[in-house]
Ligand binder design. Sequence first.
Ligand code: SF4
Ligand code: SF4
Length: 56
Amino acid sequence: MSYKISDACVGCGACARMCPVEAIDLKDNKMMIDESKCIECGVCAGVCPVGAPNID
Ligand code: SF4
Ligand code: SF4
């Protein structure tokens, strides 16, 4: 289990700046969460203006 970023993402970068374990990065022009790093803290979901990160 890990958070995932949906297509609603507008690429603002707020989640990547706030993630405590630096699990979020641009990949092929999309924000992606590295599932092996994510600790499911929910910070990305909290800062995202469009609600793109969700737990699956
Ligand atoms: Fe980073 Fe937490 Fe979001 Fe996982 S849930 S990607 S650890 S901010
Ligand atoms: Fe995308 Fe939301 Fe992250 Fe901004 S905070 S880059 S809109 S997932």
